[in-house]
Design a protein. Structure first.
Length: 243
């Protein structure tokens, strides 16, 4: 009778321990799945808009040297995604979202450059916000994993379970020793820290406010217009035709 009670209690203890262990583990795994889904949404929805915003400026400037001047003005070593822009080719459709303001072609072109940069900063704000939220989520999950590992040390759990079993019970698991049992479980149940978002998507750069570099942007716009006036006028005409 006492032996039956002991077995029943041991079974109940093991069941409750397993429910707590796998219940908490499942929550962490669900949070991890949400994190990677969050990254995928950023990659699919926001990141392309960032690239398009850069492409829009490169299209207006129309010259690699001017693109490099822009990068230097923004404190960057090189123009972001410029190789991708060259592969994609010029697409005037990128300019359609920009408002057309001004009385002369030179003024209109300058305003297009200013509007394109302002749009870049707005797109980056959305991207940077989502990136920061993903980074915080990764830190929270990794903290949960650390707490989980501290609370549920498999070596201690196995030692505890062994104390509840008959001497031959562990041998029935098919392992030659407790250490091998623990090693096998640790490999199969291992929870590794998740990588930070910058391992999957580029970290956002910090851009100056449009008002802080307005004169410099106007200077770049003037250079771009003077470099090829007919081309600049064609771009203006395209925007006007699609307003």
């Amino acid at each position: 009778m006492e032996e039956d009670v002991a077995k029943a209690l041991a079974y109940q203890v093991k069941r409750e321990l397993a429910e707590r262990y796998f219940g908490l583990r499942k929550l962490i795994e669900e949070d991890t799945a949400k994190y990677f889904k969050q990254l995928e949404e950023i990659k699919q929805k926001l990141f392309p808009k960032v690239k398009e915003a850069w492409f829009r400026l490169y299209l207006l400037l129309g010259d690699r040297a001017l693109a490099e001047e822009l990068a230097a003005l923004l404190g960057l070593k090189k123009p972001p995604f410029y190789k991708d822009y060259l592969k994609k080719g010029e697409d005037p459709g990128l300019l359609v979202p920009l408002p057309l303001r001004g009385f002369t072609n030179k003024g209109r072109f300058k305003n297009l450059v200013l509007a394109a940069y302002e749009l870049l900063t707005r797109v980056y704000e959305d991207y940077a916000k989502a990136f920061r939220e993903a980074r915080v989520e990764a830190e929270v999950i990794n903290h949960e994993i650390e707490l989980f590992k501290e609370k549920y040390d498999l070596s201690e759990i196995m030692q505890f379970l062994k104390s509840l079993e008959a001497p031959s019970a562990m041998a029935d698991l098919g392992h030659t020793s407790l250490e091998e049992s623990v090693t096998t479980l640790e490999k199969s149940l291992s929870l590794e820290k998740i990588p930070a978002p910058e391992n999957f998507i580029p970290a956002p750069v910090s851009l100056p406010e449009p008002k802080d570099i307005k004169k410099e942007l106007e200077r770049l716009a003037k250079k771009a217009y003077q470099l090829d006036p007919p081309r600049a006028q064609r771009l203006i005409a395209y925007v006007k035709a699609h307003q």
